[in-house]
Design a protein around this ligand. Sequence first.
Ligand code: WTA
Length: 571
Amino acid sequence: MNVEKIPATEGRFNLQNYDETYANFDWAEVEKQFTWYETGKVNMAYEAIDRHLLTDKKDKPALLYSDLTREETYTYAQLSELSNKFGNVLRKLGIQKGDRVFVFMPRTPELYVSVLGTIKVGAIVGPLFEAFMEAAVRDRLSDSEAVAIVTVPSLLSRIPVDELPALKHVILVGGADEQKEGVTSFEAAMAEASSELEIEWVDREDGMILHYTSGSTGKPKGVLHVHNVMIQHLQTGKWVLDFQDDDIYWCTADPGWVTGTAYGIFSPWLNGVTNVVRGGRFTPEDWYKTIEKYKVTVWYSAPTAFRMLMGAGDEVVKKFDLSSLRHVLSVGEPLNPEVVYWGLRVFNHRIHDNWWMTETGGQLISNFRSMPIKPGSMGKPIPGVHAAIIDNQGNELPANRMGNLAIRVGWPAMMRKIWNNPAKYEEYFHIPGWYVSGDSAYKDEEGYFWFQGRIDDVINTSGERVGPFEVESKLVEHPAVAEAGVIGKPDPLRGEIIKAFISLRSGYEPSEALMEDIRKFVKEGLAAHAAPREIEFRDKLPKTRSGKIMRRVLKAWELGLPTGDLSTMED
Ligand code: WTA
């Protein structure tokens, strides 16, 4: 492919010699930098926070937090102390190594303290989006048999405690007056807790974090990551994010999403940089003001956000001083070339796209500073990772041929299991020796990877993965809905939007009001981002003889494309 390249820029910590580093790199070199290399006994929270207390970073700001009502700074020493206290709070409640502790709350300092404290006692932390409604919360807590959840009063009603026999403790932030059995006040417990904690030293292969994510069939899957991810989080922080000691870094992702933990918590703190967290919802002005106010140097966001900012116009950008910025990155969905050119124009920076997944635990393919960018391409694999385009038999395809984007197994941050579901885990490895991503892509003759789409029906709306099955299941709970099929429909701002095809039960007639009611039903039962923006009523939905709704046919209808082979469709 002949595309214009945007020339490389100077990085500070960098892959100046990509080809040479790629050829010679060995992950053991990174492992050796950790004190635990010999013993294998480790704790991520110690490595990310406490270790810096032995250096001149002790009193360096680790977290710069702001939302509409709060503005706070926490040093590494303060985060260490607070997470120690929270570790003691959990211990006192009887939480032990391996127990699942969920965090379900807005992005506040307490959330970050809870994540770190949970990891310090060797428990497994499960972050949830604040937007989740009861059904989404129940599925995740019950699948993982969570024993405790940290939350806030406004979200309490979405936790169906009576249906969750394993759940013993609700730790409530900012709700000291809730006097109920099983409810602990975060503030009261923290006030009593000691700031000295015996960290739980665990094996590098012990569980650390459980992120639920959607597939095309079945309920969301719990992707388990172990402490070993730190090797990759440390190193990609250098290669991809180009971290240096004096960086002020802002990752805009919520910790409910893997980007908001791997690169919103672990990678920046392992690398000892200052991490900016902005809570609440914000306008384009707020985005730029955050960069100006904190003098953000490295900014990691997502295509939907960049498209939203682009839509707000160039004039807004000019009102702010963004001269502190030196490195801009994007992940989660395809980054349109148009957006890359816009970034170049208004920020005078290239936006560096990179690719990875919840399951891969860390970045795998990236545009590095030291490399020319081909707008529209995700870049090249990080050293130590072999990415390839393979056919369904596992043969690597030549350049420019589209196929399965796959990774040779064995990189540090790879997921270690799907909770309660070994069969699902195995599905990713059905071609021996490979992790099959479910994305289709091609690689050009210069080794750049180009995303083409999902092979399955998973929807990516504004960077969030939504499983059509989960939405369909909710839809059919609505009294008017007989059957539902859900697809992703291309959308210029959100990448894809959710569209539902619905057949109604007898006695119900299509109407605007019904559409609105159905939408609300999903919004309130599952999550706002899972509610179909478009609904189309049909008398009948295309189904296989075994009764499965054929989303492929729905998609073809939607796009006005041929429906392909219909031999399995019922009469
Ligand atoms: C998609 C995200 C195009 C892809 C960290 C992948 C991308 C899924 C890109 C994972 C990119 C991620 N270009 N598509 N740079 N990055 N994706 O698990 O389909 O929420 O499989 O994690 O997002 O989504 P997940």
